[in-house]
Design a protein around this ligand. Structure first.
Ligand SMILES: [Ca+2]
Length: 227
């Protein structure tokens, strides 16, 4: 076998040698694009929305099905890279884009983060947070007892229902971030980005979920009336 044939069959090992194995694996699994090195630690394969909508599933509850809920990848002013995702609806609606289920164990801690920006014309229904990260919690084939975890603007973590709004949705790119712990009675987690009673346009980018050490401080769970 000639040297050039050997190089082709082995995916040009000389060129790939400096790339960490985990990144190489991520590139192989998720479409071949070179992802930023920091994304290799995230459990969200393309949280930067740089490789299209493949892998993202939309969920529209019954009450919002007639609000023209939709999402697409756009290249206008992303938070990072060249593209981000745009969530839109014609009236106040709830809908989400999400990933499949990730296996988890009670006591696992994760740092969850996304960057968010609402369009100038976006409006939020009274007393609603407008946008949340929802971590759907499952055990076996059913929703876990105690409900899902939510992270709302202001980094307000709650179980079962989203927190009250901290303020209006940000019109500049703003990070939502929290460290959460998987409660007992949960064996899988389905992450999603949720427009929660917003009408108009919300942009999101750089969604990441990273497992952290059990000693990493948790974001306090928000309770009604708390700041
Ligand atoms: Ca991006």
């Amino acid at each position: 076998m000639s040297k050039s044939m050997s190089s082709k069959l082995l995916f040009r090992p000389v060129n790939l040698a400096p790339i960490p194995l985990v990144l190489l694996l991520a590139c192989t699994l998720f479409g071949g694009a070179i992802t930023p090195v920091h994304a290799a630690d995230s459990l969200v394969p393309d949280g930067g929305f740089e490789n299209g909508i493949a892998g993202w599933k939309v969920f529209i509850p019954e009450e919002s099905k007639d609000k023209n809920c939709r999402f697409e990848i756009i290249s206008d002013s992303p938070h990072s890279g060249t593209t981000c995702v745009r969530l839109q609806s014609d009236d106040f609606a709830r809908f989400s884009i999400g990933l499949g289920l990730l296996p988890v164990q009670a006591g696992d801690r994760y740092r969850v983060s996304v960057w968010l920006k609402a369009d100038a014309g976006a409006q939020v229904r009274a007393n609603a947070p407008g946008f949340v990260i929802r971590l759907g919690l499952r055990q076996g084939d059913a929703d876990a007892e105690g409900g899902h975890l939510f992270i709302a603007p202001g980094n307000r973590v709650t179980r079962s229902i989203p927190a009250d709004p901290a303020s209006v949705l940000p019109k500049q790119w703003t990070q939502l971030e929290a460290v959460i712990e998987i409660p007992p009675g949960v064996d899988a987690m389905g992450p999603s980005l949720f427009s929660w009673w917003t009408s108009g346009t919300i942009l999101a980018d750089d969604f990441s979920i990273e497992k952290v050490d059990a000693t990493t401080p948790l974001t306090p769970v928000w309770t009604k009336g708390a700041p």
